[in-house]
Design a protein around this ligand. Structure first.
Ligand code: CO
Length: 194
């Protein structure tokens, strides 16, 4: 665990599952606006986003994905999903080692290296493809109280942060693929939607 003080202390898996918008919803293509009010509404939204992320389950969720065009996302790349078979043969799923983090008005201030990782997205269901991004990044962001913080991430966590910041720019991971691959997946996605 790191010393981020945006860590939601006394966190409990409670909240409201928000609707996740899927491609090609307009809100996913917009540049999101800066957060300026660090109030109750903001923490309420973040709490519900964390809940929605774990429900999905996913490792990151950006505000535009729940229909809010705001520059923030939540992420947790280290928790584990554990399935236990109960005596009556039903399977109980529990999530362990939760450490949700909230990044408000994030921006990448340095990056290095390269990593190719198979990405997916809750807003682009059932499509997974390799995307090349920076292997190590430093992100500057604000906490729920508006404090400016910096965090260095690498590998999966760095990939996740870059993917989520893309959402704030109106970019989904499909936009990072070659035109050929993007068209292929878009056709597949839109066909399924009909
Ligand atoms: Co996504």
């Amino acid at each position: 665990m790191n010393s981020l003080d945006n860590f939601l202390t006394n966190y409990e898996l409670q909240g409201e599952a928000l609707k996740i918008y899927t491609y090609p919803a307009k809100v996913l293509k917009q540049k999101a606006v800066e957060v300026t009010e660090f109030d109750e509404n903001l923490s309420h939204l973040c709490k519900n986003m964390v809940y929605t992320m774990y429900q999905a389950p996913g490792i990151g969720l950006a505000a535009p994905q729940v229909g809010q065009s705001l520059r923030l996302f939540v992420a947790d790349t280290t928790y584990e999903k554990k399935e236990t078979t109960l005596p009556d043969k039903t399977i109980e799923t529990t999530l362990e080692g939760l450490s949700p983090k909230v990044y408000i008005n994030p921006r990448i201030i340095s990056k290095s290296g390269e990593i190719s990782y198979e990405e997916g997205c809750l807003s682009v269901p059932e499509i997974y493809e390799n995307v090349t991004r920076a292997q190590k990044i430093t992100v500057e962001y604000q906490s729920l109280t508006g404090e400016i913080l910096q965090y260095e991430a690498e590998n999966l966590e760095a990939v996740c942060i870059q993917h989520e910041i893309d959402h704030l720019e109106g970019i989904v991971f499909l936009d990072r693929l070659s035109l050929f691959k993007r068209n292929f997946f878009l056709k597949k996605l839109l066909k399924k939607k009909k």
